[in-house]
Write a protein that binds this ligand. Structure first.
Ligand SMILES: *[C@@H]1O[C@H](CO)[C@@H](O)[C@H](O)[C@H]1NC(C)=O
Ligand SMILES: *[C@@H]1O[C@H](CO)[C@@H](O)[C@H](O)[C@H]1NC(C)=O
Ligand SMILES: *[C@@H]1O[C@H](CO)[C@@H](O)[C@H](O)[C@H]1NC(C)=O
Ligand SMILES: *[C@@H]1O[C@H](CO)[C@@H](O)[C@H](O)[C@H]1NC(C)=O
Ligand SMILES: *[C@@H]1O[C@H](CO)[C@@H](O)[C@H](O)[C@H]1NC(C)=O
Ligand SMILES: *[C@@H]1O[C@H](CO)[C@@H](O)[C@H](O)[C@H]1NC(C)=O
Length: 449
């Protein structure tokens, strides 16, 4: 719970100076009806706020969030960037995109590089399809250096989470972890050690997620097993076991930013050095060669009433509140929401940035001033000048050098500094550590003009 509060504080601190204060949500604070969707970063909006990461329990209503595309068994070889769509363009059509990106992914030698240039907060790819139990493996080499975190995780809209994480100063180990509903538990993490240099070498990391057990493996060797039975929490009267549909997320992010909490920086191995020999062409990078997803059948007793999408029937977000439906997953525009998926501009001849009112609406989590795009059809219009980030990937060292909005996403506590830490005292140090905050990705669009 403290973690959630901190998410919001952290984001406020990062985003508030740049924009009008965004409405925050989380921990039982719901979004208002006009910006009904609570993003995974704890802010309210429409459009992309209602897609992947939208938290039904803290949104205006359970159906504010758009239904989530069901699991699809597939191997992604990253031979090019074709399946990767910027979060400023994705409207929920998982048949046209495999991954939604923030930051700067680059294609290199048949793999995708997640890059992190100076003064950016790295790159995140989130799968468009969710997984509700399945075997997910990824072949990659990590980045390296103090403060630099590489991650391969499963993350639910409920904030159930299953992790492989890599700290750039520990090149012979992988950290495994899990969370239930985003509740911090310091005893959940374990280290798999004795690996050959994870930066120099590609390894295959696998998460085998079943209703009763989770198995983490590296190069075919089991390094950890978690039984659901061992996670019973008598206080909450439920298993603290990841049990709700999750997206696969690949990321490279700076745990070691001066603005992060001391505990986060320490966990990350110190401050990020922006002149590190581990940087190439001006950026840190992690190399993802392949990801493979093998979906399992829905658990016995699952609430099945279709084949296309997952929804929640209750805020408790247990396995038994998940329903498989035929509900539509695609929004018509960045002004739409789960309860009005066809909302958009009335006139198709709207001027470049739409009406003044709608351009004030938060449409892309963390990306400030993005507005809904031309005619609310950002997703269909690659020439929209307010688009930013990975659509214009150039390989340049500075993601912000293009002159469009600079999009860095902040992971870690994102500079909650004074307000976060002061309120929670010493405890916040550890609260801010670790993979819980790999989730707190805030795209901060700085209008450089
Ligand atoms: C894993 O390794 C990190 C870094 O050395 C350390 O901080 C952490 O306590 C270790 N975790 C466990 C469970 O041993
Ligand atoms: C059990 O659940 C309670 C209430 O959600 C939570 O505060 C506590 O941290 C949980 N305990 C463990 C060990 O996860
Ligand atoms: C949900 O989990 C419970 C254990 O907490 C199990 O008994 C039940 O079969 C599961 N239901 C589904 C639909 O997975
Ligand atoms: C199943 O889905 C249909 C629409 O696809 C809906 O009308 C019906 O109420 C649903 N049934 C249940 C039990 O949810
Ligand atoms: C959906 O939004 C449009 C405006 O974009 C509006 O005209 C329409 O009435 C809305 N529908 C509902 C059911 O609210
Ligand atoms: C896309 O952008 C161009 C130029 O900005 C504009 O002329 C066109 O109408 C836009 N298309 C849509 C679908 O908004």
């Amino acid at each position: 719970m403290a973690g959630r509060v901190l998410h919001s504080l952290a984001l406020l601190a990062v985003v508030a100076p740049a924009v009008l204060a965004a409405t925050t949500c989380g921990g039982g604070t719901l979004c208002p009806s006009d910006t009904p969707c609570c993003s995974q970063y704890g802010q309210c909006g429409v459009g992309a706020y209602c897609l992947g990461g939208c938290d039904p329990a803290n949104s205006f209503s359970l159906d504010s969030c758009v239904p989530a595309p069901v699991c699809q068994s597939k191997t992604y070889s990253f031979d090019n960037l074709d399946g990767i769509v910027a979060n400023t363009k994705y409207l929920g059509d998982s048949s046209k995109a495999d991954w939604v990106s923030s930051g700067t992914p680059l294609s290199y030698n048949g793999a995708v590089l997640l890059t992190m240039a100076q003064d950016t907060v790295g790159t995140l790819l989130a799968s468009t399809h969710y997984v509700w139990y399945g075997k997910v493996s990824a072949k990659f080499s990590t980045s390296a250096g103090a403060g630099v975190i590489t991650a391969f995780i499963l993350l639910g809209d409920s904030k159930d989470e299953i992790d492989f994480e890599f700290v750039g100063v520990e090149l012979e180990s992988a950290q495994t972890n899990f969370y239930s509903l985003g509740i911090t538990n310091y005893n959940n993490g374990e280290n798999a050690t004795g690996l050959s240099d994870v930066h120099e070498n590609m390894h295959e990391y696998e998460i085998d997620w079943q209703p009763d057990t989770i198995t983490w493996s590296i190069d075919g060797k089991v390094v950890r097993t978690l039984d659901r039975e061992s996670t019973w929490n008598a206080t909450s009267n439920r298993y603290s076991y990841p049990q709700t549909p999750a997206r696969v997320q690949l990321s490279l992010w700076p745990g070691g930013l001066a603005s992060n909490g001391e505990g986060t920086i320490e966990w990350a191995g110190g401050l990020v050095q922006w002149d590190s020999p581990y940087m190439t062409n001006g950026y840190y990078y992690a190399t993802f060669d392949e990801v493979s997803i093998e979906c399992y059948d829905p658990p016995s007793g699952a609430n099945v009433n279709g084949t296309k999408s997952y929804i929640y029937t209750d805020k408790s977000m247990t396995n038994s509140t998940v329903e498989i439906t035929n509900d539509n997953t695609i929004l018509k525009s960045f002004l739409a929401t789960g309860t009005n998926m066809s909302a958009g501009y009335a006139s198709s001849s709207a001027s470049a940035s739409g009406t003044a009112k709608s351009s004030d609406v938060a449409t892309i989590p963390g990306l400030t001033g993005a507005g809904p795009g031309t005619n609310g059809q950002r997703g269909d219009n690659s020439s929209d000048s307010s688009d930013s980030a990975s659509s214009s990937v150039s390989g340049s060292a500075t993601a912000s050098a293009t002159g469009s909005a600079s999009t860095g996403f902040v992971q870690g506590d994102g500079g909650s500094g004074s307000n976060g830490a002061a309120q929670y005292g010493g405890n916040s140090e550890s609260v801010l550590r670790g993979s819980l905050f790999a989730v707190v990705v805030a795209l901060v669009g700085l209008c450089i003009m």
